[in-house]
Design a protein around this ligand. Sequence first.
Ligand SMILES: NC(=O)c1ccc[n+]([C@@H]2O[C@H](COP(=O)([O-])OP(=O)(O)OC[C@H]3O[C@@H](n4cnc5c(N)ncnc54)[C@H](O)[C@@H]3O)[C@@H](O)[C@H]2O)c1
Length: 284
Amino acid sequence: MSKKPENDLVVLVTGAATGIGAAIAETAIVRGHRVLLTDVDADAVHATARRLGDRAAAVPLDIRDPDGWGAAFDAAEARFGPVDVLINNAGIIHTGNTRDLSLKQHRDIVEVNLLGTMTGVCAALPRMTARGRGHIITICSMSSFLALPGYATYGGTKHAVRAFHHAVALEERHGPLDFTIIHPPSTRTKMLDQELADPTSAIAFAEKAATPQAVAKVVVDAIATKPVEVVFPVLAGRVQRLAGTLPLLIRWLMPLVEARGRRQRERLIRNGSVGLSTMAGRAE
Ligand SMILES: NC(=O)c1ccc[n+]([C@@H]2O[C@H](COP(=O)([O-])OP(=O)(O)OC[C@H]3O[C@@H](n4cnc5c(N)ncnc54)[C@H](O)[C@@H]3O)[C@@H](O)[C@H]2O)c1
């Protein structure tokens, strides 16, 4: 059997109507892949796919819906062929401290970020294994290493997603599938706009935000190189990773980091940077 060219793969991306997911889809297409964009927002995902041309197609998918996953895999296969790469990207946040969010908001975050991602992996495993190939890429977060105020449930889901991802990868280590998990820094998307609007999320602005295109490049590179885990920027990522193992140190440092985040957030608002996501450029 002839081997499939590694620069023309069928990629399914969740949460691809906007933000990091849309940038991943665009970058993957520029590199020669064909992409099924999926998103809970049907109109937006169709509009994004139309903009990306005929190597893109769109299907509405709420990642919490197991039947929807089956339909999405079938749609990808009908249009482009079997899915080679699944990119679990969709995620949500409700900003605010734990006591200020409703129980429903806490549950929503868990259902989308954790259960939705798990549902996707469970849909992909039998299909990809039966085919003898497949690569599952999970977009996670630095908050999977470091517990932060204002991010209790969000960070909790990201810790759990990381544990789930690595455990499944270990279970499948003798099989044909590849697994990669990627932890982006704060990124200029609608999610970060939500955080900018809420002072309890100031900590997100302690670091310089990346563009969705910079994140997308790392993700699409990983399709070819198949790393096990990527944190970036590398140095800041390592520092945050280490800090996550030292909760007492974090308690001492938190006032400094929060003050820096508040200053940067206020500067962004003063400079009229509300709508950070609209400032991001297009894929290279
Ligand atoms: N933006 C950041 O600062 C940042 C940092 C680290 C990690 N991340 C992670 O990156 C991923 C993408 O984030 P983003 O910043 O592009 O967010 P975004 O809010 O800009 O886009 C998320 C997309 O997911 C879709 N979505 C929401 N719920 C869904 C569901 N149930 N099913 C399918 N699609 C759904 C939305 O419609 C939207 O199009 C998320 O997993 C997020 O946690 C983001």
